[in-house]
Design a protein around this ligand. Structure first.
Ligand SMILES: NC(=O)c1ccc[n+]([C@@H]2O[C@H](COP(=O)([O-])OP(=O)(O)OC[C@H]3O[C@@H](n4cnc5c(N)ncnc54)[C@H](O)[C@@H]3O)[C@@H](O)[C@H]2O)c1
Ligand SMILES: O[C@H]1[C@H](O)[C@@H](O)[C@H](O)[C@@H](O)[C@H]1O
Length: 342
C-alpha cells in the first residue's frame, strides 16, 4: 500500500450505486478503523446522496484524481463488472489495497491481465466481494465438511432464488451475475475446484420476463468428484432465498432456511422471508468489509477470496455461459496457480 494509515483507514469508493452506497453506509455506521474519504461516481445525484451518508468524504471524477490528491489509502470497487478492469489497473499501479465487488472482471483473459499486473507487487492486494464466505452458516457448513464427522461429502444441492431481476438482466447474467456466487462458494465449501459445468432447462416459468429462459439447473462437477446442482431461479416473486444442502456418507446438513418472524394466524404457520440479498447477507457484508479493513491495517491486505479465486470463477462463468447454449458438460481448465497465490 502507499502509506501506512496513521489512524482510520481512508477508504475511497468507486461506484456509488446499489452496492457502493451500501458499503459507504456500512463503513460509516458499522465498521471500525475506517472512514470513507473519497467517492468516485459519475452520476451527480448518486454522488451527492452517497456523500451525505459519509461526512468528510470528497467527490472525485476518477480514481486517478483521488490518488493525485492523496485522498485514500485503500479502495472499494463497486462499478458494474465491465468497468472493474479500468479501475483495478490504476489501483494496482498505485499499490492500493482493493476490495473489488464480484466479478473480478467479465472474462478470464482480462482476469489474467489483472493477475499479471498484481504479481508485480510484493503480495496480493485484491480481495473479492464473494461475501457468502463471511456468512456464519456457510462458515459452519465448511467446518463440518472439513471435520469429516458425517463422512465424506458426496453432493451439494444449492438453491438461488431472486424475487425478480431488473430490465438490464440478460440470459447470460443468470450465470455471470448470479451463479457466479456458487462458482466461488461451492468449491470453497468442498475444498475442490470446478471440473465442468452443464446447464439443464426445466419447464420455463411463464412469469419470467420474455427475454429469459429460466429457471435453469446448473450441474457443477468438482475435481474431487463431488457433484453440485444449483437451481437458479430469478422470477419467484415470493422472496430472496439462498440455501445449500450437503449430503454426506452418513448425514445431511442444510443452511439458508428462513429464520425470520414466526407467525401463527388463520390456522396457518409462517416464517418471514427475505426479499433482497441486502438483508439476507447484511451480516456477511459487514463481516467481509471489517475483515478487509483489519487486514489492510495490519498489512496482510487480503482476508478472503483473492484475484486468483476471481480468475477461477471467471473461467467457470465462461463454461457456464457456453453451457447455456450447448448440451453436455463444458470442461474448465485453469492455468497453473502461481506461487504468488499459494
Ligand atoms: N456481492 C453482492 O451480493 C452484490 C450484489 C449486487 C451487486 N454486486 C456487484 O457490485 C457491483 C455494482 O453493482 P450495483 O448493483 O451496485 O450496480 P449499480 O448500477 O447500482 O451501481 C454502479 C454505479 O457505478 C457507477 N459507475 C459506472 N462506471 C463508473 C466508473 N467508471 N467510475 C465510477 N463509477 C462508475 C454508476 O454510475 C453506478 O452508480 C457489480 O460488480 C455487481 O456485480 C454485488
Ligand atoms: O447481483 C445480484 C447479487 O450478486 C446477489 O448476491 C445475487 O443473489 C443475485 O442473484 C444477483 O443478481
Amino acid at each position: 500500500m502507499r502509506s501506512a494509515p496513521a489512524q482510520d483507514l481512508r477508504v475511497g469508493v468507486v461506484g456509488a450505486g446499489q452496492m457502493g452506497a451500501d458499503h459507504i453506509q456500512r463503513i460509516t455506521r458499522a465498521i471500525s478503523g475506517a472512514t470513507v474519504s473519497a467517492i468516485v461516481e459519475p452520476d451527480a445525484g448518486r454522488a451527492e446522496a452517497a456523500a451525505a451518508a459519509a461526512p468528510g468524504a470528497r467527490p472525485f471524477a476518477s480514481l486517478d484524481d483521488a490518488l493525485a490528491a492523496d485522498a485514500l489509502d485503500a479502495v472499494i470497487i463497486a462499478t458494474p463488472g465491465q468497468f472493474h478492469e479500468p479501475v483495478l489497473v490504476p489501483a494496482l499501479e498505485a499499490g492500493l489495497p482493493t476490495l473489488c465487488e464480484k466479478p473480478l472482471t467479465p472474462d478470464s483473459a482480462s482476469s489474467l491481465r489483472i493477475l499479471e499486473l498484481e504479481q508485480k507487487l510484493s503480495r496480493p492486494h485484491i480481495q473479492l466481494g464473494f461475501m457468502r464466505r463471511f456468512d456464519d452458516e456457510y462458515r459452519t457448513l465448511r467446518e463440518l465438511i472439513a471435520g469429516g464427522e458425517a463422512g465424506e461429502l458426496l453432493m451439494l444441492h444449492g438453491v438461488h432464488r431472486n424475487p425478480s431481476v431488473p430490465d438490464s438482466y440478460t440470459q447470460s447474467m443468470l450465470i455471470t451475475d448470479s451463479v457466479v456466487h456458487e462458482f466461488d462458494v461451492m468449491p470453497w465449501l468442498a475444498g475442490s475446484p470446478v471440473r465442468s459445468v452443464e446447464v439443464k432447462y426445466p419447464r420455463r416459468n411463464a412469469l419470467a420476463p420474455e427475454r429469459l429462459r429460466e429457471p435453469i439447473l446448473v450441474l457443477i462437477e468438482l475435481e474431487n468428484g463431488v457433484l453440485v446442482d444449483v437451481e437458479m431461479n430469478v422470477s419467484v416473486r415470493f422472496g430472496y432465498q439462498v440455501g445449500t444442502e450437503a449430503v454426506f456418507q452418513s448425514g445431511v446438513a442444510r443452511i439458508g432456511e428462513p429464520s425470520g418472524l414466526q407467525r401463527w394466524s388463520d390456522a396457518a404457520f409462517s416464517i418471514a422471508e427475505h426479499t433482497t440479498f441486502k438483508t439476507r447477507f447484511a451480516r456477511a457484508y459487514d463481516a467481509q468489509v471489517q475483515a478487509w479493513v483489519d487486514a489492510v491495517r495490519d498489512g496482510t491486505l487480503v482476508a478472503g477470496p483473492n484475484a486468483w479465486d476471481g480468475y477461477l470463477v471467471a473461467l467457470a462463468c465462461e463454461a457456464g455461459v457456453q453451457a447455456l447454449e450447448t448440451r453436455g458438460p463444458v470442461p474448465v481448465a485453469p492455468a497453473t496457480r502461481p506461487a504468488f497465490y499459494a
